[in-house]
Design a protein around this ligand. Sequence first.
Ligand SMILES: [Zn+2]
Length: 425
Amino acid sequence: MRWRDLLALALWGVGCASAFAEEEKAFLFSPISEAPEWRLLENYQGTITQAQFEEKLKRIYDPTGALRKYLQMDEGGVELFRDVAKTEPLFRLRWARPDAKPVSPTGAFFLPDPQRPLLGRVICLDPGHIGGDWADVEERTFRIGRDRPVVEGELNLKTCRRLAERLTNAGAKVVWTHDGFAPTTNLRPADLYPEAIQYFLQDPVSRRQAGYSMNNLIRWNAELLFYRSAEIQARARRVNEELHPDFTLCLHYNAAPWGRAGRASLTSVSRLVVFTHGSYTASELVYDDQKFHLLRKLLENSSGEEVDLAAAVAKEFKEKWGFRAEDYSGSGYASPSGVSPYVWHRNLIANRLFSGPVVFVEGPYMNDRMTYGWIQAGEYEGTRLIGGKERQNIFQEYADRVAEGLIERFRSLPGRSSAFTNYSP
Ligand SMILES: [Zn+2]
């Protein structure tokens, strides 16, 4: 694991429950996150029964039961508290009556057109990372010898452009969180030094990393806050306030853990995973904003649609590519969806902050030998023999896997617009 990843874990608490004490009053929001607007949840009053609420927590959002310590349920509703002593209430949700009819759907109900099964759908593409001049700062690039550098942000964008073409041909309207190599946020790392310094001042002893100067740690933190937190927040504002898609696809290429001291080296393994939202950890749920987003996503009711879409893409991955599924058993930060071994619930910044269903697709490992050669071969026409098989260029194949999964899913189902009730209260 690289030092930057260690720092990221410390910052975001991903898979690193010991990074924070469970009760840390001084720091109730994730770094530079926006303060929760609890009033936004008022529209959901009386829309869910206690049984439905508890079932969703257990199955999707809180499989370890970490949120329970902050909840007090009674027959009228549930009170969410900031603290486990339950002295500082944040929000109270009233139950729907057990015999209440489900909330009437607000989304249109589509019958698929067999020629253009995505007709009427607005699909948002979110190519992962920024790339371009920011690829080094993001640490999403590597180079082996004199080969062409592999820059994940560029691979994601190339794939998404081909995917957009397929989806548009199938009738969808495609919108983008960003389409190019410029950041969506107006902030830059230099703007985020105060937040980076503040973070260290809160706990300077444990947040130091041996062997790194304080100056460097603060700079790296400011960069992390820029490309992860500020950038994704800016994209989320675009999705939630301007684009209002039916669903969003975050598209990435993955990488196997790097070998010695973070030096680029190739492996011979590739696995695939599709993330849907859920599986909050105890260390995340210390924060008010994480509790807020858990409730918001749960009440928004987009999980069913997310899982359906993810499973359709996963089916294509399995049938056409056959790479094995990623296995996060015992990771503590991802839990199985139960619908496909490729689909896992995980709380990521993008699928937490974007409203509506979000399918987060991780493509093949860029540092797998076969995939690496496939990437190096570029955007060739027709097919070539790659890894013992005639294959189209990797961008086209990845785009086709995702597009065909989605198209097939809408061809065979009239859609679940009715399940996804209202994501912009
Ligand atoms: Zn990525």
